[in-house]
Ligand binder design. Structure first.
Ligand SMILES: [Zn+2]
Length: 435
């Protein structure tokens, strides 16, 4: 009896604390008004002296201050000197990875519990950097699914997470752990699948365990041992099986692909986005334009590997690969951008990039030649379209969810300031507000 009553006290407290927040939100029609110097809407427009009215979690009015009546009793947040924008989006993150987790070796030393702790830390950092939505690009053991669910339940702070679960890679491919003795049974950094049946089964497993989309590895990579960056790693049949099965289950496919035949084959198979796309050639550019395939160029990670890789302990074989393609990579990505391929923002956030996602905007201006306005559209509305959430997110518009960020100053004249966000709101709730 004694044990039972002790058990009920904390259970009762838990129920009370779980119930208060959602009840408050439902009962009161919370109205918040945000004023700023400038609004960048996410679809290429600029409004000076804007007022945004938010009722509960949605935007209910927006326009220049002269045209908007401030509702009585509304809570006013005055972001003087700041520029307001839609919440940023990162279409390529790895939330369960952290600085110094040992790369490949993490597979030998760590458990999914480590990933869940890292994911919890990184989700908060990412949200506070102004990224209110992210798409995971391969997460072993469905750690991203768990982090997503914890965020959605309100247990931990974090962005809206589109979970991928483990990426699909062939034996010896970019997401396998290679270069070790065949007598060691090493897991991959993704799910290792060969042949159409295994591909189909893994797509079904990923959907069964909560993946919102499917990530596949179509070509070699930079941080993998013994493969060329452009080497095709999945057969046409395997690519078709991945895309076909995902489509049947209502999921899009994102494909890691750097170059050549493997990249083109992934585009032709019907993936929704090419990740990295380092040496995308003219034939692939034409095919991507025809099909509306997005390119997610992950500029920050490749620039930082080239610049600081040795200092950060990136292995010599990877440094050779990164440096060999560096100059041409910039030329080809700019060519794709200038040709009118659709772009989405993606950082490949791993290690210490979590929380610095906003630095990607500067690289889009410097390397792709995007205007600051277009870089912001890429990191908001375009990425929302790729993720299929543009009905609710991606612009500051009446009816959309109130995911908003603000920075001091004008990013149209200095894009670098997007790396330092002062205000973040997610679904009408203020997450960060600097004085
Ligand atoms: Zn990645």
């Amino acid at each position: 009896m004694k044990n039972t009553s002790l058990f009920f006290i904390p259970l009762f407290l838990m129920l009370v604390s779980f119930n208060t927040e959602p009840l408050n939100q439902k009962n009161a029609n919370a109205v918040v008004v945000i004023k700023a110097d400038r609004l960048i809407t996410g679809d290429g427009k600029e409004v000076l002296s804007p007022v945004v009215v938010i009722t509960n979690d949605r935007i209910t009015a927006v326009g220049p201050s002269s045209s908007i009546k401030i509702p009585k009793g509304a809570k006013v947040i005055d972001l003087k000197g700041q520029t307001l924008m839609p919440g940023f989006m990162d279409a390529h993150t790895h939330l369960a990875s952290i600085d110094d987790d040992g790369g490949d070796l993490a597979a030998l030393k760590e458990t999914p519990a480590h990933g869940a702790i890292y994911g919890t830390i990184n989700a908060k950092k990412t949200l506070e950097a102004g990224f209110t939505t992210v798409r995971e690009a391969g997460s072993l053991d469905y750690v991203d699914v768990a982090v997503r669910d914890a965020v959605n339940r309100g247990l931990i702070p974090g962005p809206r997470i589109h979970a991928s679960g483990p990426s699909l890679s062939t034996t010896g491919g970019h997401a396998d752990v290679n270069g070790w003795s065949p007598f060691l049974d090493l897991p991959g950094t993704g799910a290792i699948v060969d042949g159409v049946d295994e591909v189909r089964k893994q797509v079904r497993r990923n959907v069964k365990y909560g993946s919102d989309h499917i990530k596949i590895v179509a070509t070699g990579g930079i941080l993998s041992v013994g493969d060329a960056v452009g080497a095709p790693q999945m057969t046409d049949e395997e690519l078709a099986a991945a895309v076909g099965e995902a489509k049947r289950l209502g999921r899009k496919v994102m494909a890691h692909a750097h170059a050549g035949e493997g990249l083109l084959a992934a585009v032709k198979a019907g993936v929704s986005s090419i990740e990295h796309g380092s040496l995308v050639d003219d034939e692939a550019i034409a095919e991507m334009k025809k099909r509306g395939t997005y390119l997610v160029p992950t500029l920050i990670i490749l620039e930082e590997i080239e610049r600081d890789g040795e200092k950060k302990g990136v292995p010599a074989y990877a440094m050779v690969k990164a440096k060999a393609i560096a100059a041409e990579r910039r030329v080809r990505l700019r060519a794709a951008y200038e040709a009118g391929v659709l772009f989405a923002l993606g950082t490949d956030a791993t290690s210490d990039i979590h929380g610095r996602n906003g630095e990607e905007f500067r690289y889009m201006v410097e390397i792709l030649g995007a205007t600051p306005m277009d870089a912001i559209t890429i990191g908001t509305l375009s990425t929302a379209k790729l993720l299929g959430v543009d009905k609710d997110l991606g612009t500051v518009e009446v009816g959309k969810l109130a995911d908003l960020v603000a920075v001091k100053g004008n990013p149209l004249s200095n894009i670098s300031i997007l790396a330092h966000v002062d205000f973040v709101m997610k679904g009408g709730v203020v997450v960060k507000l600097k004085d």
